[in-house]
Structures are given as C-alpha cells and as structure tokens.
Design a protein around this ligand. Sequence first.
Ligand SMILES: N[C@@H](CCC(=O)N[C@@H](CS)C(=O)NCC(=O)O)C(=O)O
Length: 208
Amino acid sequence: MIKLYGFPISNYYNMVKMTLLEKGMTFEEVIVRPSQEADYLSRSPMGKVPCLETEQGFLTETGVIIDYLHDLDQGAAFYPDDPFAKAKTRELIRYLELYIELPARRLYGDVFFGKPASDTEKQSVRKELEKGFAALRRLGDYSPYIAGSSVTYADFYFLFSVGLVTRVTKKALDWDVFSTEPGVRELLALLEQRDSVKTIRAAQKAAM
Ligand SMILES: N[C@@H](CCC(=O)N[C@@H](CS)C(=O)NCC(=O)O)C(=O)O
C-alpha cells in the first residue's frame, strides 16, 4: 500500500494528501518531520516532506508525486485530457510554487516561528509576491476554479499555498491579499467545502 510521509501542518504534505483523498486511493500516513538523519535521507534525499513510498521505491517533490498518482489512473483525474489545457494547468502549479509559495516561505520563520525578518528581506519578498500575484491574475481563471470550470490539481496547490500566503502577507507585510486580488477569497472558501479538505483540517486541528 502507498505510504505518505510527512505531518499534517505541512502545506506540501496536504497537497498530496488531498490528491490521494480526492482520488479515493487507499494509503497509510507515516508521521515524520523533515530530517537530515541518514535513515530519512535514504528515502527523501533533501530530507523534506512529503515523501511517498510505493512498491517500486520512494518519490519526493510534491508536483512529481501528484503527477505519478495521476499517471496511476486510479480514481478521479484532476488534469484535463487536452494536452494544451493540461500544460496550462501545470503552468499554474509552477507559478504558484515558484512565484508565490517560495518567496512567501522566506517569511514563515518571521510569522510562525518567532524568527524576525529584516525590513530589507520583507520588502524583497513583497516585491516578488506582487509580481507573482500579478502573474496569477493574468493566468488564473477563477470560473470558479483557478484553471476554469473544473477542479484541478492546481486548485489543490492554490488552497495550500495561497491560503497560507494570505496569512503571511497580512502579518509580516500588512498586506490584505483578499482586498487586492479578486477571486482569491471566493475560491479558497469554495475549496474549503470539499470533504477531503474537511478531513485535512480536522487532522491539522488535532495535530495542533
Ligand atoms: N519542493 C518541495 C518542498 C517541500 C517542503 O519545503 N517541505 C517542507 C515542509 S512544508 C520541508 O520539508 N521543509 C524542511 C526543509 O526544507 O528542509 C516539494 O515540492 O515537495
């Protein structure tokens, strides 16, 4: 059986967990923290979570894991069949990761772990995020989902990246993304209604 390594507070872990739940696949959760211990590095070479154990070996990197689960062809599929539409969905995922989640991550220490960031660092992140959100405005569809009328893996990414980033911008940058980025609040609220997300939120609450 597939095993998912990670912990319920990790946003990347929850993107993969949502994929497994939405597909109705059977899996086991192995609760681990990121680690540089040799044993964990043999599974996840950067020591990060999530990590997926399959019958053939271990896989890391959220986007790679989601694509693998998609290719298994079990349960519902959350990429369009058309190659161009599929590539556009993956483009959105890449933008969410590179230009929104990763810059904001530089302030997670400040916001969540009491490690204050300098004003220079905050301004640098703000600049990158402004570009990232401007790009998302050009690329995102929001009708009602980020890539169009059907829910896709890009929405799973959106929920667990943008959802967290809105909290970071508010606290560290005094920037209310909901008031500057049309459609973000509505899409997050829509995704929160899914059973898979309710299950994930319950696990998060229990872990806190
Ligand atoms: N690029 C990785 C990022 C995963 C990631 O950054 N996970 C965090 C937890 S949310 C982690 O393991 N951090 C520990 C570290 O960076 O060493 C992916 O797509 O899976």
